[in-house]
Design a protein around this ligand. Structure first.
Ligand code: NAD
Ligand code: UGA
Length: 463
């Protein structure tokens, strides 16, 4: 079966970049990305591709190359579904904020709405692809909904989780470590798998395209994120022990990373992992394990989150205790707000929680991030609902110049590892600050020796 038209529901951080790359690599396929959010679609269609809603290095060029040729962004969801041979569901699956499973389970209401809409609109056979990260066995719920439409259309459901990381999305999509496709073991299921394999085979080497049953594919995605996050929590746990013992976490990470069984990646100690997925997916895994009565399994993975919360909290606590046990009325500058460099995404960023703790201690925060807007920063704080919006607005100033952000500050906290922070004129920053001038480097990014030579009191994580 040759796929000629693809529809992707959800034009977010996954739907936008993945479909742009499929369109660029497969000029013979028409790809339409749809979303209910009109503002987001308008931004994807902005004549100036620098204004697309997702900031990712290299993405605007990919979009510019394919948009209007075989890549389209639209709010006409029904039309795109009706036309398509293959439909990717790439909507958000956040942690539930209400009812049973509140704070743990994935909220599947958007997924179900998509399934119902496909069921209502489809008049021809379709392959439906789960691109969103979903709890294991979601495909059976989607199938249940699709198989009860009564209009005789045949649906095949595939699981094709996305492994891209933000900040390197284009690179990850161009050269993925692997592409995972799960489908039914029936002949129809195998045909559907092959149709999707053929799409990726336009640029991904065949030995990197892995096919499994649906449940393995769904569960592998949660497992991969749990393992990655677990490495960060493990090294962060060691960072606290390093601080007590005189060991240096960077040296420890290097020493263990050279063991080929451990490997060097994902061993960077930090103020804590953020992003929209690690926490959400682990909580979901914990919830699933509990729902099967696997309490030890659930507790094991929950510890990764507990450790991460501790790491964020102790960073804030250390700032307070180092600044003579009070930050009330003191200006503290945040360099960085995004959850990692090279993205404008702030979801679950450690910066939000550290800021919240410091604001509760009446600090005056000044924030500079090269890609995050003031509107977003305030929205992130307001979402926590710790204090009124007016109080948040009073407690925080967002600057678009890093030097202005640091002027007159008691301390600087580095929350994101943006490369440009390394290039600043740190002498100039020092001269403009109150003394003693403190730097709390939550990313172990800056040059300790150089900063100490200037006169800063410099503290990093894990040494
Ligand atoms: P996102 O919030 O950026 O985008 C989701 C989009 O779906 C939104 O624009 C929303 O308006 C739209 N949407 C929701 N319901 C809709 C409906 N019924 N019809 C049309 N549009 C609808 O989310 P994201 O970061 O792209 O994540 C999407 C999924 O991919 C999640 O399950 C996530 O876990 C997974 N994932 C994300 C990443 C990542 O780096 N962000 C990586 C791998 C997997
Ligand atoms: C992560 C995974 O890496 C992707 O494979 C996955 O597709 C994605 O989640 C998802 O499902 O959403 P992402 O969250 O975009 O990608 O970024 P990561 O590079 O994994 O970083 C996550 C967080 O961990 C960031 O806050 C980062 O700063 C932190 N981190 C990462 C560390 O503190 N130390 C490290 O060594 C690595």
């Amino acid at each position: 079966m040759e796929i000629k038209r693809i529809c992707c529901i959800g034009a977010g951080y996954v739907g936008g970049p993945t479909m742009a790359v499929i369109a660029q690599k497969c000029p013979h396929i028409k790809v339409t990305v749809v979303d209910l959010n009109e503002k987001r679609i308008a931004a994807w269609n902005d004549v100036n591709t620098d204004n697309i809603p997702v900031y990712e290095p290299g993405l605007s060029d990919v979009v510019a190359a394919a948009r209007g040729r075989n890549l389209f962004f639209s709010t006409e969801v029904d039309k795109a579904i009706a036309e398509a041979d293959m439909i990717f569901i790439s909507v958000n699956t956040p942690t539930k904020t209400y009812g049973v499973g509140k704070g743990m389970a994935a909220d599947l209401k958007y997924i179900e709405l998509c399934a119902r809409q496909i069921a209502r609109v489809a008049k021809t056979d379709k392959i439906v692809v789960e691109k969103s990260t979903l709890p294991v066995r979601t495909a059976s719920a989607i199938k249940d909904i699709l198989d009860h439409t009564g209009n005789g259309v045949q649906f095949q459901i595939l699981s094709n989780p996305e492994f891209l990381a933000e900040g390197t999305a284009v690179q990850d999509l161009f050269a993925p470590d692997r592409v995972l496709i799960g489908g039914d073991t029936t002949p129809e299921g195998q045909k559907a798998i092959q149709a999707l394999v053929d799409i990726y085979a336009n640029w991904v080497p065949k030995d990197r395209i892995l096919t499994t049953n649906v449940w393995s594919s769904e569960l592998s995605k949660l497992t991969a994120n749990a393992f990655l996050a677990q490495r960060v929590s493990s090294i962060n746990a060691m960072s606290e022990l390093c601080e007590k013992t005189g060991a240096d976490v960077n040296e420890v990470a290097r020493a263990i990373g050279m063991d080929s069984r451990i490997g060097p990646k994902f061993l960077k100690s930090s103020v804590g992992f953020g992003g929209s997925c690690f926490q959400k997916d682990i909580l979901n895994l914990v919830y699933i394990a509990k729902s099967y009565g696997l309490n030890e399994v659930a507790d094991y993975w929950e510890q990764v989150i507990i450790m991460n919360d501790h790491q964020k909290r102790r960073f804030a606590k250390n700032i307070i205790s180092t600044l003579y046990n009070t930050v009330s009325g003191k200006k503290i500058t945040f360099l960085g707000w995004a959850f990692k460099k090279d993205t404008n995404d702030t979801r679950e960023s450690a910066a939000i929680y550290v800021a919240d703790d410091l604001l509760s201690e009446q600090a005056h925060l000044s924030v500079y991030d090269p890609k995050v807007t003031e509107e977003q920063i305030l929205a992130d704080l307001n979402y926590l609902d710790t204090r009124s919006e007016t109080e948040n607005t009073k407690g925080i100033i967002v600057e678009n110049n890093p030097y202005a952000a640091c002027e007159g500050a008691h301390a600087i906290a580095v929350l994101t590892e943006w490369d440009e922070f390394k290039e600043y004129d740190w002498q100039k920053i020092y001269d403009s600050m109150l003394k003693p001038a403190f730097v709390f480097d939550g990313r172990n990014l800056l040059d300790k020796k150089a900063l100490e030579k200037i006169g800063f009191v410099y503290q990093s994580i894990g040494s």
